[in-house]
Design a protein around this ligand. Structure first.
Ligand SMILES: C[S@@+](CC[C@H](N)C(=O)[O-])C[C@H]1O[C@@H](n2cnc3c(N)ncnc32)[C@H](O)[C@@H]1O
Length: 282
């Protein structure tokens, strides 16, 4: 058998993936770099590196997973968030770029040297908590999840970035942190309704249902968090929530009914409302 060079394999794999992804060449290249430990420049310069049969076997296996629709982040076990490559597994959501809006909101609102108490509810891979820990080194950050397996991944990510100011707790939303008070609570909860027409079935069928879906058209978790948050917030404390772009009005009403003030929305690059924040009155 004639063994291919790295570039021959990328061309072949890219062709194979072209019917299942809009980024076949990039995906093929990422898989190759992950298996062979080759950097992007080496691939780009077309260096005539010949693959060995063991590498070829591993590459075929990962290529087949990608061809079956599995997200590239699960295949290589990593996804970048806030410029931090984070470990992800099938027990964690793959962090989304729009969730960075939530981190940006906190940075805009608070001073990085404030002695803040920050709570990240439903931390998943730890993306939000770890991003905030790097931006607010003096803050005390608590990150919770009901999934013990997700918490294990989050702890590994926190260790990777030496974020000593993050502690992890398990439990159902605010029940994980009884009798604690925070300056800011951030949360990207499961907010997708089972029949949501916007659901990207391709990627989400590989992600945990617990991280994605909520009953009552995706509103149940948001409802519960908004109802419970005031008892865990300091006066003038912020609650910052990610939600679906059609949920803005419902979230606003829930916040208003729970007597939050200063309700503000933040929009993604397509101009859709994806984050809503509000402050407690006292
Ligand atoms: C949309 S994911 C967000 C993950 C991560 N914060 C991010 O933005 O990438 C929602 C997270 O909430 C967690 N979760 C679901 N129900 C929960 C509950 N009742 N209490 C605490 N966490 C919960 C899930 O396990 C999941 O990690």
């Amino acid at each position: 058998m004639t063994l291919p060079t790295v570039n021959m394999w990328v061309d072949y794999a890219s062709d194979h993936l072209s019917s299942v992804t809009t980024t076949p060449h990039l995906d093929a290249e990422i898989i190759l770099r992950n298996v062979c430990g080759i950097d992007q420049i080496t691939v780009l310069t077309g260096a005539p590196i010949i693959l060995n049969s063991e590498q070829l076997k591993k590459l075929e296996k990962l290529l087949n997973r990608r061809h079956a629709g599995e997200p590239i982040a699960y295949i290589i076990g990593e996804k970048e968030f806030w410029s931090l490559p984070l470990k992800v597994t099938k027990d964690t959501l793959i962090p989304r770029p729009e969730t960075e809006l939530l981190v940006e909101f906190v940075i805009d609102k608070l001073k990085t040297d404030d002695l803040l108490q920050i709570l990240d509810l439903g931390t998943g891979s730890g993306a939000i908590a770890i991003a905030l820990a790097t931006e607010f080194p003096k803050a005390q950050i608590t990150a919770t999840d009901i999934s013990l397996k997700a918490l294990e991944v989050a702890k590994k990510n926190a260790k990777k970035y030496n974020t000593h100011n993050v502690t992890f707790k398990s439990g159902d939303w605010l029940n994980a942190v009884p009798n604690r008070f925070y300056s800011i609570i951030v949360c990207n909860p499961p907010y997708v309704g089972i029949n949501d027409p916007d659901l990207d079935v391709g990627q989400t069928k590989f992600e945990p249902d617990l991280a994605l879906f909520s009953t009552n058209n995706g509103m149940s978790a948001l409802q519960k968090i908004i109802a419970e948050a005031p008892k865990s917030l300091q006066s003038n404390g912020w609650l910052v929530l990610e939600h679906g772009h059609r949920q803005q009005e419902s979230v606003k009403k829930l916040l208003y009914d729970a007597q939050f003030k200063s309700i503000v929305h933040h929009y993604d690059l397509s101009g859709r409302p994806r984050v809503t924040a509000a402050q407690t009155t006292n």
